[in-house]
Design a protein around this ligand. Sequence first.
Ligand code: PLP
Length: 433
Amino acid sequence: DHGLCEADPEVSSIIKKEKERQFKSLELIASENFTSRAVMEAVGSCLTNKYSEGLPDKRYYGGNEHIDELEILCQKRALAAFHLDEKKWGINVQPLSGSPANFEVYTAILNPHDRIMGLDLPHGGHLSHGFMTPKRRVSGTSIYFESMPYRLDESTGLVDYDMLEKTATLFRPKLIIAGASAYPRDFDYPRMRKIADAVGAFLMMDMAHISGLVAASVVANPFEYCDIVTTTTHKSLRGPRGGMIFFKKDPVLGVDLESAINNAVFPGLQGGPHNHTIGGLAVCLKHAQSPEFKAYQNQVVSNCRALANRLVELGYTLVSGGTDNHLVLVDLRPLGIDGARVEKILDMASITLNKNSVPGDKSALVPGGIRIGSPAMTTRGFKEKEFIAIADFIHEGVQITIDAKGLVSGSSKLQEFLKFAVSSDFLLTDKVS
Ligand code: PLP
């Protein structure tokens, strides 16, 4: 039995190149992070070999005594990491990722063609919250359920709760979804709870982006107001790629969420759980209860604020004027350029971020903004000073885009910084292995 570089030099060399790319670039994609060596060890372990359909002690396969122990440990750690009372909250740690977790919730509590309301994708929502265009039902969520998105107030960049309330009163959704992929502010959970109660809807929060911040209590706590909370595990939480669903144990609107959700995950939509992921997740959730993790999440927010403040100083327009979490959304339209071009230019200088639509965009193909996130580089030891430098580099990239000066000329300061960052101890943590 050979190791990877002997057994498959081709794949091995691609992984090596990707590792180098991750190591050398400034990683600013808000949904990405660098997980720990310990998590990766669990994910790359023999746990991947085992089938274990069902739940602990209720499996359809033999030989699951250790897998049962692992899944129970993971469940307990998840509830502890989010400060939840085991009597009031239950959890399923088997969802394969964030989108499946969301669809599993919909399958559990809705009938086909029931009505849902989530934040519109061009305003920061996620595809799996029901995205559709006037021409096409893009997400499976909008194919199987009737979706009426809510949106931001374009003058403030904040969720338009008044409009959400009015629309919900008319549309009468069975489910309202809080949470986003590109929203720099907290959701107003008390207000959303009120709206959901008034129309008899479930309230779900998809905290995928901010779950690390929630665990560390550096943003508002969705568990106080929501019936169901879903998340990915690989973003600010810094775990392996996966998903989780938290649900209230008491029935909500006459539905036993525990059995409905567990059945929707398996056998409804999935087969055998990915035990290697559950192993990595358990490791991540132990760390999520540590003082270092809380310090890390505080730093994520401080860094993001430092970045936002510097961008404002440089004259940029930020959606909502700033940030309360791990990301900023820059509206580039006042500068007469778009996010796609800036993304490309910065990519060439090993600065990785993504183009993003901003409220009021006419075309989703040429979005008018960029999304910048702080979790990944904070994992690699960056503090406020370095994030201010990042703002300056992004500014250089934007200037180059505007001037159409050529790709690398004029960015020597940035090149120097990258050389320094790679050659010094500055970026040498054990987080990338
Ligand atoms: N929910 C939100 C808010 C997200 O931002 C994302 C991914 O970016 C997802 C769900 C989907 O997660 P996955 O890509 O793991 O399916």
